[in-house]
Design a protein around this ligand. Sequence first.
Ligand code: ZN
Length: 134
Amino acid sequence: VTREPVSIRVASRGSREAIDVTGQVAEVVTSWPDLVALVSIDHTSAAIVLAPSDDGMLADFARVAERWLAALRPFEHLEANNPNGEAHVLSAFAGTRLLVEVAGGSLRLGRWQRILLLEFDGPQERTVRILPLA
Ligand code: ZN
């Protein structure tokens, strides 16, 4: 197996959105031996998490992202006139790194676990990296 990371692109359409990327990640690892894969994003206003991914759950994530910290606005962080401090806080709380076992060319996930990209400052083109570890 190559030790190079594989990158997949994910385009968010909404400002706050949960996107199931499990299928795209699963395609990457089909030829990999049994190992642990690091699934990560190098972004500070999005996150990558394991959670159920029915339509209601995806809507719930988007709603929480929209309203959870709303009472604390305005946030002090300002970057290129983009007041996205709230998105950075959500990204840091939810996390940007996952470890997932690969076995028999498949992702070893719990019955209800899916890999979700959480967008907090979209729409944007996001990159998810999948790196094979030992
Ligand atoms: Zn910022």
